[in-house]
Design a protein around this ligand. Structure first.
Ligand code: HEC
Length: 145
């Protein structure tokens, strides 16, 4: 009986930390995601607010911004605001990976322009999502239209 209890306790002690552990993304993945978001995807161009000099407000990095330009040709659908993507508050990690790979939201709709409908490969999408999720949720700073 005592041995069984011990085995049970050992079982709990050894499995609990594994089960509770947050799947923390390794630094290499986060660095790659950051590079893709900042250097390749240029997501901040639309998703980060700027000050009156046109410089990024780094305190609100990727936390949503009004789109500062309009199409030269009138477009029936146009999103005037880019939502916050720090922490990817509108999607789970899996949904966001799919969104960046297929260009569609979880409900099957496409984002309005000027948001590009990305067709990334899975490796790039996962790296970007890991980085964006690591930034944490934040309330939108952009004024709603
Ligand atoms: C040219 C401007 C622009 C760029 C560049 C851009 N976005 Fe967006 N993004 C938008 C706009 C505008 C929306 C809102 C679309 C809408 O309301 O339908 C949006 C929406 C989104 C959404 C939210 C979808 C939803 O409805 O929940 C995600 C996630 C997103 N963008 C991720 C990214 C990532 C990641 C990058 C870089 C790889 C990026 N965007 C680059 C303009 C942009």
């Amino acid at each position: 009986m005592k041995t069984r209890l011990l085995v049970l306790l050992l079982g709990i002690v050894t499995t609990v930390p594994l089960a509770a552990a947050d799947p923390v993304a390794p630094a290499a993945l986060l660095n790659r995601g950051r590079y893709l978001v900042e250097g390749i995807g240029l997501c901040a161009d639309c998703h980060s607010p700027r000050n009156e000099k046109g410089e990024f407000v780094t305190a609100h990095w990727l936390r949503g911004a009004p789109i500062g330009f309009t199409p030269a040709v009138p477009m029936p659908v146009w999103a005037p605001v880019a939502p916050p993507i720090a922490g990817l508050p509108s999607m789970t990690a899996e949904q966001a990976v799919k969104f960046l790979m297929e260009g569609k939201r979880p409900d099957g709709t496409m984002p309005r322009p000027p948001m590009p409908a990305y067709r990334l490969n899975e490796e790039d999408a996962r790296a970007m999502v890991a980085y964006l999720k690591s930034l944490g949720d934040a309330p939108a700073v952009a004024a709603q239209p």
